[in-house]
Design a protein around this ligand. Structure first.
Ligand SMILES: [Fe+2]
Length: 731
């Protein structure tokens, strides 16, 4: 069975392809069209996925998109009706009109931003594409409640929803084929179902608590669940307009960072401040029983006036979300580019602390509901690696799997696995049921959930009415396992368990995933290029290069890093998700305190307060960090041991933390060898790893890498086994 998953008309458009339960490929559109966070239809990503799988679109059995405009429709209707009435009551001299038969459409249209905003979408800053909502450091207010803005929003959202609804048409148009050529079945997968599926079905867990924490998607901001085998049961959710992600985005805007994806900058700024506004943020996000929270809506515009959003074939643009109440409480917004003040730093620190408090509030409730200690995490807010790194300290969870593409691009994977787990069993067993209210959820759980949840047989019995995937089918699971086993040797399978053992108390489920299916241990699902392709590009660029053996290439690169050179490291398959994990990376010496400035001056041009991150051999994590839980996709921040901080100053943030990538030979043998060779030379088992780009999407092809190398002041470029040295053509 071949399944194509798509995230489209949303930030970080992406595609993924799954064959018989195995993820064959996944990639973001931005890597191909070079538009950061590109939000249109992932035409090139779809083409790549089909190419990688060696199939045509006519061979695809199912296509899923991670949006469902019809999801939670009754809630949208209610919300939109109230909003329409509210608007009209405020409009002086305007005639009241009944919502009437158009209520259904209006509901969908007026709440469409609830389907689209995915706060904390990814790291880094989006490229300014000239359509920023800021003007001279202040916001131009779009869609501010007058008739013109409202109708403009309606028009845009109608177009967006129509595209989502007519996926076959969009896909055939993108691929330049007639619609008749498509034999696949098409599916709308609710946004958070796709997030949850992405964090469980490719995780190492057979059973886990799951949290998707996000801006908004299909009217929901936060959803939690429990996964078992090939079934996921929804346990709770927080609905529009309440969202932790929206608070983070609004505050990021208020602090003068306007672009999609700038939330990571505020996370990096937070350790410079003191959380002296924590009470204000506790008023902005108020926790409630049963893992719930609500926003003080006085601070926001999205629920009342609507916010302009652009999700066309470019970087996403989101209008001003915060209301004037922010200025009443905190003073005027910081203008973009203005000097940062203590107030700005303290706001960032307070926001970050409140996010963590609310996140742990939800997670502790999720643990109480399930009794489980394994957690799958997804959603845009799951890119908040500082919060992630504290989960083991502030909740009972013992193992955390953060989906490498936890944000919206990863929903392409989730859509695939949602469909795979639906159609590998008889359709009669498959049901989807929405929760009507938190109270209803609790009541249902009282009768359906046994604490702790039982392992093994019988999981699905009695629970299928509120599961969105069916109960496990043992024979199919065995078949799947047999298929997986046939692709791997015993030794390969054996290498997975020690990694799980590294987490100490987490042994109880160490063998669990071996009974299920594909495990996404790294994020290396993108294009790779042959030596011949790389050589051709180098020759086309008239660059002289040397070619090394496998053993030489890591040894020479390690020597270059230790000698203080800025090294471009382009190897194997491109990463999926926001992090470069040693295949599209720039690597330098973490021991040199000046490396941060050198990188910023010569290549990255980032704000000086933003930290750089280490990649460290997994077996040495405990020597340098206070926590040792694996962080293979650089989505955890831990404290570096005080006595080690001076040893690796370039990757030690102002508060002594580091956003580490733990590297194993099994997941990335060449990158592991590079760091090990550096360790042999220097005694330090870590390097500084930053993404291979210069204010653009991470490089995809050898051509992208060469262009980035030529326009920056990188010293050495390793492309596979080939090496180009700047001095060879500049001196
Ligand atoms: Fe999302």
């Amino acid at each position: 069975m071949i399944i194509l998953g798509i995230n489209a008309y949303h930030g970080d458009a992406a595609a993924a392809i799954v064959r018989d339960g195995e993820l064959i490929a996944a990639a973001e559109e931005e890597r191909f069209n070079r538009i950061k966070h590109c939000a249109g239809f992932p035409t090139e990503a779809v083409r790549y996925c089909l190419r990688e799988a060696g199939v045509g679109i006519e061979d695809v059995d199912h296509v899923g998109i991670s949006r469902d405009p019809s999801a939670h429709l009754h809630k949208k209707v209610l919300f939109a009706a109230r909003r329409v009435v509210g608007r009209r009551q405020k409009a002086e001299g305007r005639r009241q009109q009944a919502v009437g038969s158009k209520q259904y459409e209006l509901a969908t249209l007026l709440t469409e931003e609830a389907d689209e905003t995915s706060a904390f979408p990814a790291k880094g800053s989006a490229t300014n594409n000239g359509t920023t909502p800021f003007q001279d450091g202040s916001f131009a207010v779009h869609g501010n409640g007058n008739g013109k803005g409202l109708f403009s929003q309606i028009r845009n959202r109608l177009a967006n929803a129509a595209k989502v609804r007519d996926l076959p048409e969009e896909l055939s148009r993108a691929l330049g084929i007639s619609r008749e050529k498509l034999r696949a079945r098409f599916h709308n997968v609710e946004h958070h179902h796709a997030h949850l599926a992405s964090s469980f079905f490719v995780s190492p867990f057979r059973q886990a608590a799951l949290l998707s924490i996000d801006g908004f998607g299909d009217f929901i901001s936060t959803m939690w669940a429990v996964g078992e085998g090939n079934s996921i049961k929804i346990l709770g959710q927080v609905e529009y307009p309440h969202s932790t992600g929206i608070v983070y985005t609004a505050t990021t805007q208020f602090l003068g960072f306007p672009h999609y994806g700038d939330e990571g900058k505020v996370m990096g700024l937070a350790p410079y401040g003191q959380p002296r506004y924590i009470e204000e943020f506790r008023d902005i996000i108020r926790t409630e029983p049963h893992g719930q929270f609500r926003l003080n809506l006085d601070y926001f515009r999205h629920h009342a006036e609507g916010v302009d959003m652009t999700w066309d074939n470019g970087s996403p643009v989101i209008g001003r979300i915060f209301s004037e109440q922010y200025a009443h409480v905190f003073g005027p917004p910081r203008a973009q580019g203005a000097a940062l003040t203590d107030r700005d730093r303290d706001i960032a620190a307070s926001l970050q602390l409140r996010l963590e408090e609310v996140g742990f509030h939800i997670l502790n409730h999720l643990h109480e509901q399930t009794g489980l200690t394994d957690l799958g995490l997804s959603g845009g807010v799951a890119y908040n690696s500082v919060m992630n790194g504290k989960i083991l300290l502030h909740t009972p969870f013992r193992r955390v799997y953060v989906q490498p593409a936890a944000g919206d691009s990863g929903t392409a994977i989730g859509a695939c696995y949602q469909i795979w787990n639906q159609f590998r069993v008889p359709s009669s067993e498959f049901r989807v049921e929405e929760l009507s209210s938190p109270k209803d959820t609790e009541n249902r759980l009282q009768s359906a959930i046994i604490h702790p949840l039982p392992l093994g047989e019988g999981w699905g019995e009695g629970l299928s009415s509120s599961s969105f995937a069916p109960s496990p089918n043992p024979s199919q699971r065995e078949a799947n396992h047999a298929q997986r086993s046939s692709r791997q040797t015993e030794s390969e399978l054996g290498t997975r368990n020690p990694k799980l053992e590294a987490s100490g108390s987490e042994l109880e489920t160490r063998n669990s995933k071996l009974e299920t299916s594909y495990v996404m241990e790294g994020a290396y699902t993108g294009p790779e290029f042959s030596d011949e392709e790389i050589r051709n590009e180098l020759r086309l660029s008239n660059l002289s290069f040397e070619t090394y053996s496998d053993e030489e290439v890591t040894r020479y690169a390690a020597r270059d890093i230790a000698d203080g050179f800025v090294v471009g490291w382009f190897q194997g398959r491109m990463e999926f998700g926001p992090r470069a994990l040693g295949n599209r990376s720039i690597v330098v010496d973490p021991r040199r305190a000046d490396m941060k400035e050198i990188l910023n001056e010569r290549i990255k041009k980032r704000e000086p307060f933003r930290p750089f991150a280490p990649s460290i051999l997994e077996e040495h994590v405990g020597d340098y960090f206070e926590q040792t839980h694996p962080a293979p996709t650089m989505l955890m921040v831990y404290q570096i041991k005080p006595e080690r901080r001076a040893e690796i100053p370039a990757v030690t943030h102002v508060d002594g933390s580091g956003r580490l990538q733990t590297v194993t030979r099994e997941v990335n043998p060449r990158y592991y060898q590079l760091i090990e060779d550096f360790y042999k030379l220097t005694g330090v088992p870590a390097v500084l790893n930053t993404s291979f780009n210069e204010n653009e999407p991470i490089v995809c092809t050898p051509r992208d890498a060469i262009e980035c190398f030529l326009k920056t002041k990188m010293d050495v470029l390793y492309l596979g086994n080939h090496c180009v040295r700047r001095r060879s053509f500049e001196f």
